[in-house]
Design a binder for this molecule. Structure first.
Ligand code: FAD
Length: 425
């Protein structure tokens, strides 16, 4: 597929669940799709989750089905390590420049792994939020799509080292690659650029970055994951010990004019889910969830009620004022107002998980300036041109089911611009 059709081709920016869904739905309606993802893999944040609420199944199963749909579609060209540098034109006829970064490893890679032990350079593993390291040549994660190693050019010593090239018997490694641009023509664009976690280090009273046993909810997903930095053992980062008690701090920075004024909608359910991770691994552990309001809409109320019924899980209505080291030196004390019980509660625990919110991911500065955003930086549902649509968490923080519905709608909107049908007023 050339990707050079004027009408009938859609560009999808962002290869998370929303972008993949938009791509697959548009292709199944007969449209060509170019799916552009800045990471070396598709799957987005969902790929980093251990389990999904409410079913508590591993996201890898559903994602594998989606990866197969991408592979077998015939109409979708998936481009990783790429971003959109510019877009010009009008609905039905956009000229797009894509900027590609070199991967350093080509399709001949069989994922044999012979390159890894010989690589002398270690780097923080961003997929695991820096809780472990990889070599400069690495597979982003076990089930990554595409199944192909990648070289972190920022730390690789290049041809002066050359050890991976010598170890690779397939001729798959290409050191010294240069970034390049490509121009394509498309009829419509869907932005599915998703979210980033709010930077917990900005929240001055909750001890993130000060106490190693204060972690964030996204770190907890990786700690619990079997392929995560601890092989799925939820342990204290400070001393590797097991957990007897955990506090979840809801709205960590969220619904707070000082930090993030919006509610991310899914953090309550994420913490209730993560409480289950703890309870399954440590049947005697106590879990304390400090909340302002618990938001579990619709059928997710049942998921909430099941955790409420667990006598080892205490839900305490009150905003956490501070987190400090316990005088013993090895534990943490969480101080909050107990709105329903009255007074101040001070709870000593082994681990604190901050339920930080979701912020719009940084969209490359060079994408069209006329992209409309709301006061929180999310893309607005209605964009200036009908040929540009937004989908999933690029628009607002939502769960996966809502992203899938939303991305299907965005694909339909894009199809209307591509085929000249125009959106309905
Ligand atoms: C702690 C936590 C736990 C959660 N658990 C669950 C759960 O159990 N169940 C559930 O339903 N939901 C859960 N969610 C919500 C879920 O993570 C989101 O609904 C989902 O990730 C949204 O998918 P998305 O594709 O819209 O965005 P993302 O997953 O963020 O994907 C966006 C993609 O776009 C790419 N991208 C960004 N900018 C660019 C660019 N300029 N160019 C190219 N590519 C770009 C990114 O690299 C990424 O791959 C959880 C959220 C949190 C915070």
């Amino acid at each position: 597929m050339s990707g050079n059709g004027t009408k009938g081709t859609i560009l999808v920016v962002g290869g998370g669940i929303s972008g993949i869904t938009a791509a697959v739905e548009a292709s199944e309606a007969g449209c060509e799709v170019v799916l552009v993802e800045k990471n070396p893999y598709v799957g987005g944040r969902v790929a980093q989750m251990y389990q999904y609420f409410p079913k508590l199944c591993p996201p890898a199963c559903g994602m594998e089905i989606n990866y197969r749909r991408l592979r077998t579609s015939g109409l979708i060209r998936t481009v990783t390590m790429a971003e959109v540098a510019s877009i010009a034109g009008e609905p039905g006829n956009y000229r797009v420049t894509i900027a590609h970064q070199p991967r350093g490893v080509n399709e001949k890679c069989t994922v044999c792994g012979a390159c890894v032990p010989v690589c002398p350079v270690e780097r923080p593993n961003d997929f695991n939020w820096g809780m472990d390291t990889t070599k400069a040549i690495y597979l982003p994660f076990e089930t990554a799509h595409p199944q192909q190693y990648v070289i972190d050019a920022a730390v690789c010593a290049g041809a002066s080292c050359n050890k991976c090239v010598e170890a690779c018997t397939y001729g798959a490694i290409e050191l010294g690659g240069k970034s390049r641009t490509e121009e394509i023509h498309v009829g419509a664009v869907v932005f599915a650029t998703g979210w980033d976690p709010y930077d917990a280090a900005k929240i001055t009273n909750l001890g993130f970055g000060v106490y190693p046993d204060v972690i964030t909810n996204v770190m907890m997903e990786r700690l619990a994951a079997l392929a995560g930095p601890t092989g799925g053992r939820i342990i204290r980062p400070s001393d590797g010990k097991g957990i007897e008690s955990v506090a979840f701090v809801q709205c960590a920075g969220s619904r707070d004019e000082n930090y993030l004024s919006h509610c991310s909608g899914v953090c309550c359910l994420a913490s209730l889910k993560q409480a289950t991770y703890i309870r399954e691994q440590y049947p005697d552990a106590r879990v304390y969830i400090f909340y302002i309001d618990v938001r579990a809409p619709g059928r997710l109320e049942d998921f909430y009620a099941a955790r409420q019924a667990d006598e080892k899980i205490s839900l305490i209505k009150g905003k956490v004022a501070r987190i400090e080291q316990d005088p013993s030196g090895s534990k943490l004390t969480v101080e909050a107002e107990d709105v329903l019980g009255g007074g101040i509660v001070r709870q000593t625990v082994d681990l604190v998980v901050l339920a930080t919110g979701m912020v719009p991911s940084k969209i490359g500065a060079s994408v069209p300036k006329e992209l409309l955003k709301d006061e929180h930086g999310f893309l607005t549902p209605e964009q200036a041109q009908p040929g540009i649509a937004a989908a999933g968490c690029a628009k607002r923080p939502v769960d996966v089911a809502a992203c899938v519905r939303d991305a299907t709608g965005a694909a339909l909107k894009a199809l209307q611009s591509c085929t000249g049908g125009g959106p309905r007023e």
